[in-house]
Design a protein around this ligand. Sequence first.
Ligand code: ADP
Ligand code: MN
Ligand code: MN
Ligand code: MN
Length: 334
Amino acid sequence: MSFYKAEYIWIDGTQPTPKMRSKGKVIETGKEPPIWGFDGSSTNQAPGAASDCVLNPVFVCPDPVRGGDHKLVMCEVLLTDMTPHPTNTRAGCAAMADRYKDFDTWFGIEQEYTFFDGVKPLGWPDNGFPAPQGGYYCGVGADEVFGRPIVEAHLDYCLAAGLQISGINGEVMPGQWEFQVGPASATAASDQLWLARWLLYRTGEDFNVSATLDPKPVRGDWNGAGAHTNFSTRQMRAAYEPCVAAAEALGTRADLHIANYGHRIEERLTGQHETCSYKEFRYGVSDRGASVRIPWQVAVDQKGYIEDRRPNANCDPYVVTRLILETVCGAASK
Ligand code: ADP
Ligand code: MN
Ligand code: MN
Ligand code: MN
């Protein structure tokens, strides 16, 4: 008999920011990855006396790390009665996407992150700080770029897995990088973003470098890390007025969005470093100091998409996309 290895990946119950977990299953060739279980008492998802939780596959792709016929299996967590576990935010996202499916919404998420070498960002001196920000964003050269081989390996893995990854770039703070996923539906973009995060951590293992989604990894005059979320409805892709209406709708529920866009968002959305303060809401064309940016090209074309710049790097994309659907499609349905 022949077999393949399936790495089951899920999101745990750690508060305030969940962590990713995975474990491997050997499956007979030709069989689909089945429902599986795990010990929820070790992941903050169940008491020890009733510890079983269920892993339900939602997205399966080739495993680029193991290669061959091996697979990665992104899962949602269920209770043993097959209803969503309280930590399962995907179920609410899927329900909202279904409610507003006529809008044919697309999401493209820019995931920023920071490599760490032990306790300091990769490339930083043992004592003190590197030269101030200015030359690092999209930079080139050994004095400004730290970790490119890891970024390239991660990009290759994402492509081999078949993820809709659309680009990478070096960021404003040294050791900080970004990749983009999408455009895709709320659930597809979010499933793939979580999987791409797992692949990032896994790639780092082979380089002895960790990656963090900490929204403000270094205090002071250094950029934080976000997850700008670009989105469009069918109507926005056809005309400008719905783009403006979407930005207006986001302004009516700003506090709710801020409260659900990632832990420690106040430390990042200070009004400095290309952010708008979490206490304000503002949108504008080309404005990287706004909460929501209408890209320049969209204003020229008079159609397209808008960018919600507020989500933290450590946000849960299932929650972010669910809220955007609810707020924007809800307002448009009135
Ligand atoms: P930035 O200029 O903000 O750095 P990026 O190029 O990093 O922008 O990211 C732009 C994102 O917008 C990409 O993830 C892309 O997939 C997404 N995007 C492009 N067009 C659309 C659209 N019509 N609807 C939703 N997302 C889109
Ligand atoms: Mn970007
Ligand atoms: Mn960026
Ligand atoms: Mn952006």
